[in-house]
Design a protein around this ligand. Structure first.
Ligand SMILES: Cc1cc2nc3c(=O)[nH]c(=O)nc-3n(C[C@H](O)[C@H](O)[C@H](O)COP(=O)(O)OP(=O)(O)OC[C@H]3O[C@@H](n4cnc5c(N)ncnc54)[C@H](O)[C@@H]3O)c2cc1C
Ligand code: SF4
Ligand code: SF4
Length: 431
């Protein structure tokens, strides 16, 4: 029997990957955490508050982010992806491709002077393209590691061979345009995949008007619109005329439970639409909200009570009805046309702003990573989990956790991560 390497690799630094890393590190096991973005945090960092407690999302996440970056047993590899895997459980060899940051990690102090002066403005992906960022930037204010990066595709030095303003203003001499992408190999005993999810693009559902009607947005865009650190500084206004919206509608199951798109349930939308309606009401208690649903899947502990609280304390109206289409009047107000499932009548209601609860879908690139690792996908293109031990992938020594194996909320992702960490530790502790 070969040597057993006492190290675990975790691919993906969202809440699931972070929790698994911290569990293992606390057990004295070394962790190599691979994140393809320039900061860890995943989708949870984009959320304003989280159900079922309505705690501020970043307030819960931030201590875990810094613990991850400071823990002596965790080595963080950002801007990195897995390119090749060989070996066997207990002794895997993994080739990592790391993109250049063009900023020296040990010099940058995130003072922001370079950002202020950078002339290049591009869509900010973290803010769902609702505002612009610069070509030198950090993913989000509280991002970890707290270091800038230069986006080569948009930086004027790389595209037009002129500029270097950031280099001139940086007193720490942290800019380094000579950095190169690099490849290196890591040797680990087991692997946890925690690469999370993407969001269904509702533009293809032309009847809902997303992309054509300014006052139809997605739920993740709404998280950013209502968040104090988001593009509106937390004061909700509707995109078309900047007025305060008073009548909101949420449409559940957009792109999910639908054989033409994704037949599976997205599992979180019934809860997060209630949460978003609650937050909107807390911002302005003149806001009236209707939530259109097929059925309410509030299966977690305290979830039914949460929905009831939405009804009783936040005046949320739950309408059991299938939304057929969204129209727009000449004031740009969205009009929801739906079939009332109780009366079987087709009805129409006018709103100021409509929010689409788009389903969580498999992460772009998940299939490619599955091929690299030699693990299987399920019928819906999430990673295939063992039916009885869901943290096990189809390959020995490789484990799964969080929304990369099925749509999952944060509490379940955390539980899943601890399960995967325990399984990954078992392999390397065999000796
Ligand atoms: C609008 C909306 C609101 C929500 N609100 C709530 C809520 O209030 N409460 C709640 O419990 N849940 C909520 N959720 C669900 C929550 O976002 C997920 O449960 C959680 O983010 C799952 O965490 P994760 O770590 O599995 O995945 P992610 O958050 O997606 O993190 C995955 C990480 O892996 C990285 N990655 C991906 N591919 C690779 C790769 N190939 N190599 C390296 N790194 C990679 C990504 O960059 C990312 O950092 C909401 C979801 C949505 C859409
Ligand atoms: S690169 Fe330099 S100017 Fe920019 S944030 Fe870092 S230390 Fe400040
Ligand atoms: S060199 Fe690139 S990153 Fe630096 S200021 Fe100019 S455009 Fe911005």
């Amino acid at each position: 029997m070969g040597q057993n390497i006492k190290k675990v690799m975790i691919i993906g630094g969202g809440i699931a990957g972070i929790q698994a890393s911290l569990d293992l590190a606390e057990r004295g096991i070394e962790v190599e955490l691979i994140e393809k973005n320039s900061c860890i945090g995943g989708r949870m960092a984009q959320l304003d508050k989280t159900f079922p407690t309505n705690d501020c999302s970043i307030c819960i996440l931030a201590p875990k982010l810094s613990e991850c970056s400071r823990h002596p047993n965790i080595t963080l590899h950002t801007l990195s992806e897995v390119k090749k895997l060989s070996g066997q459980p207990g002794n895997f060899k993994v080739k990592i491709y790391k993109k250049a940051r063009y900023v020296k990690e040990d010099e940058c102090i995130n003072c922001g002077q370079c950002v202020e002066k950078c002339p290049m403005r591009v869509d900010d992906e973290f803010d769902m393209k609702l505002r612009k960022r610069r070509a030198i930037y950090i993913d989000y204010v509280q991002g970890v590691p707290s270091i800038m990066r230069i986006d080569k595709e948009n930086c004027l030095l790389f595209t037009k061979d002129s500029c270097r303003i950031c280099e001139k203003v940086c007193e720490r001499e942290a800019i380094d345009f000579d950095q190169k992408d690099e490849e290196f190999e890591l040797n680990v005993g087991s692997i946890i995949v925690a690469t999370g999810y993407d969001i269904f693009d509702p533009s293809s559902l032309t009847t809902l008007g997303y992309g054509r009607y300014p006052n139809v947005v997605t739920a993740l865009e709404f998280e950013r619109l209502i968040c104090a650190s988001g593009p509106l500084g937390g004061h909700l206004e509707r995109p078309s005329d900047k007025k305060d919206p008073k009548k909101l509608a949420f449409v559940n199951c957009v792109g999910s439970r639908d054989v033409k798109n994704n037949p599976f349930c997205s599992s979180c939308c019934c809860m997060y639409t209630t949460k978003e309606a609650m937050i909107a009401y807390e911002h302005d208690n003149e806001i009236e909200t209707s939530i259109f649903y097929i059925d309410l899947r509030a299966a977690g502990k305290g979830f039914r009570e949460y929905i009831q609280r939405g009804r009783d304390e936040y005046s949320i109206k739950y309408i059991k009805g299938k939304v057929a289409k969204i129209l727009e009047d000449d004031q740009k107000n969205p009009l929801i046309v739906y079939e009332d499932i109780d009366t079987l009548q087709v009805k129409q209601i006018k709103f100021d702003l409509v929010i689409l609860a788009t389903t969580m879908i498999p992460k772009k690139g998940a299939e490619e990573l599955a091929q690299t690792l030699g693990i299987k996908m399920n019928d819906f293109n999430f990673y295939k989990a063992n039916s009885y031990q869901p943290q096990k992938s189809s390959k020995e020594g490789i484990f799964l956790c969080g929304a990369c194996r099925e749509p999952m909320d944060i509490p379940n992702s955390v539980i899943d991560a601890s399960g995967a960490a325990a399984k990954a530790a078992e392999i390397i502790m065999r000796g």
